[in-house]
Design a protein around this ligand. Structure first.
Ligand code: FES
Ligand code: FES
Length: 895
């Protein structure tokens, strides 16, 4: 037995001495607040205290805990409670998967140093990765780890209140249940056998014999798929097999599913299985896929072109171009790197299956899984677990069809937890792109023409490739008035990892190209880079390249105006610093963006239901999955004010396809705008019914105390007695139109706008770039919850910084979090945010989407800053030190 003090109590375990302490805590003591993101010491999600010092529990053999004090997030200690309160107050927990590790790391510091400096906090949490927050709120919370009082806004005061997230307490207590945290005790385990080759045929041998020899319950192949062996985002294109049928198209593709007891499944090595491979030449990258004679990867995609996107508008008039910029840009695969790998379980039901798993799209999961099972959709129930980050990567199904097939076949509960490597190798990425762009301006610096030809590598299967190819042409010329635009895009099949949705759907890649050309034009014309953007900024009444008139909520000019003093200060700081430094150079960069909220020219409705029971129980049935962005809180704030009752009168049923109406997927920055509007409509509808029953006017006040609903107007207060529940539904589908052959129409009901400025320091001897400061100005329509809104902007900026400087997924080489680097607390600089509120009439209380827009301008602003610092224009991201060093030194040596 190994004995130690666990959260103050003596415990003993007969775990194997080498079992990681994280596993012993989770499996042996059911303390699942200690999270697992990598099992390799890279993410810090498993951080606990050993005799008061932080340690990654996944790296600590259980035997090493002998005689020590082990403290986990479940401990009830005053310091931890202060940190919990501060994390909630500062919005430092978004998805919450990193939160236990963060709090433990912070507790280690605060015990040693109760009043730490900012640098000490960054150092203390430096080993814990957060993909959501951008760290600044976490640092603020640790610096402010004091008791915080919680006050909830009264009736009518929820919108605009910076309240703590309503679902936050379980996150800071470590009791939130993520995909890996719970499953029936008798659940079997599933492990996927994946292709080691990017392109190969394979033949399976005697699987029955293998199953017996390996003591498994089942080895599932494509023949075990009872319905359609294919999934995919597009209704007409289910091109990715659940289990491959003799042919694999990328490294990491699912071939077999092993099901059995945990140990039996874990023991199996891929070499134990009777698979004979015939390796085929693989096509990597779009240039190889488009080369003459390249093999065609899918019968439906001639020349490997999955889809074309197109937009054309305008005739040239007026003076000829005074400046012209032309360049080619390349971007690589980017991994979502959510800290929670995919996990969940399925249980058989009499006519189908119920799946509890992390997801961004429960209704899409239901549809896909039902098709794979060959059952009606209502035979599949999706119960989202807490989701430890998504960013687009959990929109496609991953584990759901496999779990469903196994649970049905074996009539047993079945669970799965992807390893970090499996998650990174098999799930979608940001599309790599090659972008040829051209832009012209007249002598006044007014843009007159923009052209783009861009190829996006969609990998082996379509996923969201068509969405990217269609969204980019609308946005590519940037949030500017450009009279003539011609954009062409293609999504190209290759033998690379499938690319899918990732915060921005291709717009961040296009913005890197466009904003660089804007800088080129400014330089040619001798204009300040802020000035040329302000001169061309699109605003109220302007017409977009797709022919849409922006009638309202187009706040880019206000964003740029808000940014101007910061921009001038950055330029002055850079000039002063550079005057005295040769090796280290400061540079300032600026970039703008716009982003359509919701699906491109497609219906994307949301429904919400609100129910007031006779006993006064008020319940919002909200099917929008909160992946950390805060939709549970924001939608409730909107609904509360629409109804006129305080937030604390509500209870919530969140995200269960059997209980909540379809709110659509959590993507495309749509939940605040679309589902928020549906919640607004539900609130208004219930209010209308109540007032009708009370024969009161719309200015009456409602209150709900001890189950009694009181309506007060000039006639005085009266209590409304209900004999049956009052149910109200809200529905909203943003008004859009389809795009014609030239890409003309109304693709989105509203757009987010933003501008960001970045200050960087470049070490020219080493090619190292340090981002010193970022100032963001973003038109959010209305900040329903300023804390959560700013949190989204911080998180987007951190991911944009990674895109610019660090992140490059290479299949087979960077499938873990020590070779694939994401920003740490020390990488994300000070961030200042100007919230611009140009209200959107379609949005609830004027609000529109925030999540994706925040990421788009960051990388181009950083690239512009590097150019300002060094004089070198980099057209490939990420700007890794060796790339910048080469650009600074090697190319300059060439004639
Ligand atoms: S799970 Fe231990 S460091 Fe990632
Ligand atoms: S809140 Fe840190 S990873 Fe999501």
């Amino acid at each position: 037995m190994i004995r130690f003090l666990l959260n103050g109590a003596p415990v003993a375990t007969n775990a194997h001495p080498f079992t990681p302490l994280s596993a012993t805590l989770r499996d042996g003591f059911a303390l699942t607040g200690t999270k697992i993101g990598c099992e390799a010491g890279d993410c810090g999600a498993c951080t606990v205290l050993l005799d008061g010092a932080q340690a990654c529990a996944c790296l600590v053999p259980t035997a090493q805990a002998e005689g020590l004090r082990v403290t986990t997030i479940e401990a009830d200690e005053p310091l931890l409670n202060q940190l919990r309160a501060a994390f909630l107050a500062h919005g430092a927990a978004q998805c919450g998967i990193c939160t236990p590790g963060m709090i433990m790391a912070a507790a280690d510091l605060l015990r040693r140093d109760p009043v730490p400096c900012r640098q000490a906090v960054e150092d203390a949490i430096g080993g814990v990765l957060c993909r959501c927050t951008g760290y600044r709120a976490i640092v603020e919370a640790v610096l402010d780890a004091t008791p915080h009082s919680v006050t909830m806004p009264g009736a009518g005061a929820a919108v605009g209140a910076a309240i703590a997230r309503l679902d936050g307490m379980p996150k800071v207590l470590g009791t939130d249940r993520f995909g890996a945290d719970a499953a029936p005790a008798d659940a079997l385990w599933l492990r996927v056998v994946r292709s080691p080759h990017a392109s190969a045929r394979f033949v399976l041998g005697d699987l029955d014999a293998a199953r017996v020899a390996l003591e498994l319950h089942a080895i599932l192949t494509h023949a075990d798929v009872p319905g359609v062996n294919g999934f995919g985002i597009m209704p007409h294109l289910k091109d990715q097999p659940v289990l491959a049928e003799g042919l694999v198209r990328f490294r990491g593709e699912a071939v077999l599913a092993l099901v059995g007891e945990r140990d039996a499944v874990a023991r199996v090595r891929d070499a134990d299985l009777p698979i004979t491979w015939e390796v085929l030449p693989a096509i990597h990258g779009v240039e190889a896929a488009l080369a003459e004679g390249a093999a065609q990867l899918h019968a439906h995609a001639e020349g490997n072109v999955l889809v074309h996107g197109h937009l054309a508008c305008g005739e040239l008039a007026g003076a000829p171009a005074a400046a012209e910029a032309v360049a080619t840009f390349t971007t690589g695969f980017v991994e979502h790197a959510y800290i929670e790998p995919e996990a969940g379980f399925a249980t058989p039901t009499p006519n189908g299956v119920a799946i509890t798993a992390c997801t961004q799209a429960p209704y899409m999961d239901r549809e896909e899984t039902a098709r794979v099972l060959g059952v009606p959709e209502d035979a599949v129930r999706i119960i989202p677990s807490a989701c430890g980050g998504g960013f687009g990567g959990k929109l496609d199904v991953s584990i759901q069809p496999l779990l469903a097939i196994a649970a049905r076949k074996l009539n047993r509960a079945v669970r799965i937890i992807y390893s970090r490597t499996e998650s990174m190798a098999s799930t979608t990425k940001r599309h790599p792109a090659i972008l040829h762009a051209r832009m012209e301006a007249d002598s006044d610096g007014r843009f007159r023409r923009y052209e783009l030809d861009a190829d996006f590598n969609t990998g082996a299967y379509a996923s969201w490739g068509p969405t990217v190819a269609n969204r980019v042409p609308v946005h590519a010329s940037g949030p500017y008035r450009v009279p003539q635009v011609r954009n062409r895009t293609r999504a190209i099949y290759t033998n690379d990892t499938p690319a899918g949705a990732f915060r921005g759907f291709g717009v961040p890649q296009a913005a890197i190209a466009t904003e660089s050309l804007v800088d080129d034009l400014a330089e040619q014309l001798g204009l300040d880079r802020w000035e040329i953007r302000r001169r061309n900024a699109i605003g109220h009444g302007d017409v977009t390249p797709s022919g849409q008139v922006l009638h309202a909520s187009a706040g880019l000019p206000q964003c740029l105006d808000a940014l101007k003093p910061d921009w001038d200060a950055m330029l002055a700081e850079a000039a002063a610093f550079n005057a005295g430094n040769a090796r280290h150079r400061l540079g300032a960069g600026i970039a703008c963006m716009w982003y359509g909220c919701g699906n491109t020219s497609l219906s994307n409705p949301s429904r919400m239901r609100l129910e007031l029971a006779p006993d006064g129980t008020l319940t919002l049935f909200n099917g929008a999955v909160d992946i950390g962005q805060g939709s549970t809180t924001v939608i409730a704030q909107i609904c509360a004010d629409a109804l006129g009752l305080p937030l604390d009168a509500f209870r919530f049923v969140i995200g269960d396809t059997a209980l909540t109406p379809d709110a659509g997927k959590t993507s495309a920055s749509r939940q605040t705008f679309v589902s928020g509007r549906a919640a607004y409509e539900a609130g208004r509808a219930l209010r209308h019914r109540i007032l009708q029953l009370a024969n009161a006017g719309d200015d009456a006040r409602l209150s709900l105390d001890n189950g009694l609903l009181t309506i007060t107007d000039q006639a005085g207060p009266r209590i409304l007695t209900l004999h049956e529940p009052l149910i109200a539904e809200g529905h909203y589908d943003p008004p859009t139109t389809s795009l014609d052959a030239k890409g003309q129409g109304i693709p989105y009901a509203t757009y987010g706008f933003a501008a960001q400025a970045a200050l960087v320091r470049v070490d020219t001897a080493l090619g190292l770039t340090k981002v010193l400061r970022i100032v963001a100005a973003q038109d959010v329509g209305r900040a329903i919850n300023p804390t959560l809104t700013i949190g989204q902007i911080h998180g987007g900026i951190a991911q944009g910084l990674g895109l610019a400087l660090m992140e490059e997924f290479i299949p087979g080489r960077t499938e873990n979090l020590h070779d694939y680097l994401i920003p740490t607390a020390g990488d994300v600089p000070d961030i200042k945010v100007h919230l611009i509120e140009d209200p959107e009439p379609e949005g609830p209380f004027g609000a529109k989407g925030v999540g994706e827009p925040a990421l788009v301008p960051t990388a181009p602003a950083i690239l512009g800053a590097i150019r300002h610092a060094t004089g070198v224009t980099i057209r490939q991201v990420p700007v890794l030190p060796h790339r910048l060093w080469e650009a600074l030194h090697v190319r300059q040596l060439q004639p």
